[in-house]
Design a protein around this ligand. Structure first.
Ligand code: T3D
Length: 260
């Protein structure tokens, strides 16, 4: 299979998927959603693959979420439908595969990009990594399971702060909150990730069962929450504040929200 917006490599039991639009901070287009899902399905079916690594190209960004250049008022369409057809299947694929998914957070992870990291089983972060629940900055609410994973990973108090204020959580604070397993210098991220991925790929059959039991323990209502996020994002996506948020981002200014 060949891809345009991701890189996909399988080696020694590890399938590495690299989001590859560095010029746009690896932001999602519909094509990238499709290709990421295809690669996850391919690796999940492949008996030789025991572990996935998910990362972003370049040192600047893991992923800046939805490509906002596709979200001007005349092009935005239905955000609920976008989540149901493009994003939620990716989140469910990551949680439902019994292969372990290790995220190498190589830079900023914002919006859907932030929540994509949270869906993974483990995260290693470069010192440059930042986690930003950026939705509020553009007049949206959490999606891609962020409202489900974040409170479970770091507690409701800090999660609420991140969602309502949209401020970045840096790599060291992410480590302190238990969001990431390890923080390493940017130059060492690839090697540290490879070592951890190979260790996971050499693990017993029970690794997949461990994932499945943790899913059952903590993530039983994930599909319903993804659907709920899609319905609330549909509402937010129709507001004047969202249109203003996207316009302000494109014009590099602070949005003037009116609460409408
Ligand atoms: O279908 C749906 O719409 C529903 C799903 C929604 C899910 C979402 O993800 S909504 C949230 C979308 N993401 C964001 O709101 C984050 C937007 N980006 C940022 O806040 C900042 O760019 C970052 C904090 C991620 C990084 O800041 P910084 O200062 O390091 O970089 P920058 O200068 O802002 O960005 C660099 C370039 O990337 C810049 O382009 P330019 O000026 O060099 O031509 C910027 O426009 C571009 N870029 C960054 N993020 C996006 C983007 N272009 C398109 N879409 C982006 N999300």
């Amino acid at each position: 299979m060949s891809y345009d917006t991701i890189l996909y490599e399988k080696l020694d039991g590890v399938a590495t998927i690299t989001l590859n639009r560095p010029e746009a901070l690896n932001a999602f287009t519909a094509e990238m959603n499709r290709e990421l899902l295809d690669a996850l399905k391919d690796g999940s079916r492949d008996k030789a693959v025991r572990c996935f690594v998910l990362t972003g190209a370049g040192e600047r960004a893991f992923c800046a979420g939805q490509d906002l250049k596709e979200r001007s008022p005349d092009r935005k369409g239905s955000l609920g439908e976008s989540l149901r057809s493009r994003y939620n299947p990716i989140i469910l694929a990551i949680r439902r595969t019994e292969k372990i998914v290790l995220c190498a957070v190589n830079g900023v992870a914002a919006g859907a990009g932030c929540n994509l990291t949270l869906a993974c089983d483990l995260r290693i972060a470069s010192e440059n990594a930042r986690f930003i629940e950026a939705f509020v900055r553009v007049g949206l609410g959490p999606d891609c399971g962020g409202s489900y994973f974040m409170p479970r990973l770091i507690g409701l108090g800090k999660a609420t702060e991140l969602f309502l204020l949209g401020e970045p959580l840096n790599a060291q604070d992410a480590l302190r909150y238990g969001l990431v397993t390890k923080v390493v210098p940017a130059a060492e991220l690839a090697a540290e990730t490879r070592a951890m991925a190979e260790r996971l790929a050499r693990g017993p059959r029970s690794a997949g069962l461990i994932k499945r039991t943790l899913n059952r323990s903590m993530y039983g209502e994930l599909a319903a929450q993804l659907e709920y996020e899609a319905s609330t994002q549909e509402i937010a996506g129709r507001t004047a504040d969202y249109d203003e948020g996207v316009r302000a981002f494109m014009e590099k200014r602070t949005p003037a929200f009116k609460g409408e």
